[in-house]
Design a protein around this ligand. Sequence first.
Ligand code: NAD
Ligand code: DAU
Length: 361
Amino acid sequence: MRILVTGGAGFIGANFLHLMVPRYPQHTFINLDKLTYAANLASVSEAARCPNYSFVQADIADAHAVQAVFAQYQPDVVIHFAAESHVDRSILGPAEFMQTNIIGTFNLLEACRTTWSPISQGLFQHISTDEVFGSLGATGYFTEHTRYDPSSPYSASKAASDHLVRAYHRTYGLPVKLTNCSNNYGPRQFPEKLIPLMILNAVAGQPLPVYGKGQNVRDWLYVEDHCEALWSVLMQGQVGATYAIGGGCEKTNLDVVHTVCRIVAEETGRSVSSLESLITFVPDRPGHDLRYAIDSTHMRTELGWTPQESFMSGLRKTVRWYLENTAWVEDVRTGAYRQWLATNYEHREQLLPAGGKEGSA
Ligand code: NAD
Ligand code: DAU
């Protein structure tokens, strides 16, 4: 298979490539990424050493660029991770979310529709989120049949993209598979998200900002377990089907932050109480969903998938990764991955935005 992976320099896409590129040398993986603030090519440095990997910088919101990538690489599978992914950013500035998440998905679907002949020869796998379902109360679970009810501009844009993907299946017969996953954590996550932010702030002795009272609940899944689930869906999932993927691991945000403090204390020799004293309650996120929880029965019974990592083991691995990968942390914080490009890529100018001006992406 020639597999086009969009957003492969971001958190989940990079972990996916890190696992699958060396494991499956019989498949070709093309990483298409715009390289936004959330991307870091250092996250795929090991995959990039494999002969079955290539990278192309492109903006999925640019229809011509997407068509050109299809013409050059002729993918027969698209695994679509690329998105603006951070809820808080979508509240502050929703426009980019509409461009990338809605128009970008539309451009990819159009490229599939107009390139694959017959259309049934390809496969479009769409990576989506449980946030499209809105908020749960104290009980119940999201399933593949839950009604859409998104709360934020981010989740509304992801909901729109899901609808487009299903519409292309019903209208044009495009082979598609959809997944809606709960909160991921693990190595290579941009430190604006709760867990890496808390780890790095705790290590630096900076405040640990908890929204509202910290009683919102998320269902946490270690990123490698998500990637394995996605590979199972790719290989064994039914065309046209949706799979809800969750960790079966509900925690309040305050519980998560206390656990981060405990593990960072154990790993660095600091006292738990000194780290917990950094917890600072801050004003709540507008439209903050109370609780997410996924019923993954479909994944478990049809595909035999189950998460391998417990929250404690996954979180310890994650804390260690951030403690050991200080250069990566500095890169994403400062944007210095551009310098990494300069020394690691011969044709660096291809990876920079038009005009080749650093700092303008
Ligand atoms: P991320 O923000 O870490 O990475 C997104 C990647 O997409 C970046 O490399 C970025 O450069 C790229 N990108 C953004 N706009 C682009 C554009 N216009 N053209 C090309 N590339 C572009 O995101 P993530 O956390 O890895 O999430 C990946 C996907 O998984 C998203 O679709 C997200 O909605 C979904 N998802 C995430 C989670 C989670 O907990 N992180 C859970 C469920 C689903
Ligand atoms: O559920 C899947 C979604 O999980 C994905 O679709 C999104 O792309 C991903 O960003 C994530 O969304 P959340 O909004 O749940 O993740 P975030 O890490 O931003 O926040 C997790 C919880 O922690 C949420 O209830 C808000 C809270 N929070 C977050 C931050 C950044 C805080 O209390 N303090 C913080 O500083």
